[in-house]
Ligand binder design. Sequence first.
Ligand code: 3PG
Length: 215
Amino acid sequence: MSQPNPLPLIARAPVIPVVVIDRIEDAVPLARALVAGGLPLIEVTLRTPVALEAIRLIAAEVEGAIVGAGTVTERAQIDAVIKAGATYIVTPGTTPELAKALAEAPIPVLPGCATASEAMTLAALGFHVLKFFPAEPSGGAPFLKALGGPLPHLRFCPTGGIGPNNAHEYLALPNVVAVGGSWVVPGAAIKAGDFDTVRDLSTAASHLVRAAKFD
Ligand code: 3PG
């Protein structure tokens, strides 16, 4: 079973913004600000009623955006997000049933894991690039560094508790291909329609340097 490889997508930016959209009218300007700031890989989480519509609008209207669906927790959501225009899927954790369905998805997937055993179970299903969640409470960068010893073929995108003060600790590891986080999309700025702040935070994040190799 071979999954579409997420690495060519992830190579596009060191940070994947994890976005929660409450008001549908924010979707397009928010995505435009992220793209303008150099973060085109936008993960729209399925945590609000408008999430699918937000994916659809961003995919249709925002040039340069690479929109993915986050917080995918059920098999039925896979088809729905693909129909909406998502080009990749992220999960916070992965049940055996979800993992089986994801392994057959036609788009790249970053399945979530938080332990060595979960990472190995996903690798056995053909996944070699995994979300590590929740990164900080689960051991942070030292945990991923330690996993690189016994599991050097696995790559990670950690999210959860990552921000401008610690992103570099993760990105300095050769097995970390990108980090995810909400720090570039502060709820208060979105609520105030302050997309310039989103763009500026994104510009700073887009300059973060990663050690991982993509060739
Ligand atoms: C999430 O899925 O909520 C992400 O991990 C974002 O976490 P953060 O808000 O701590 O960046």
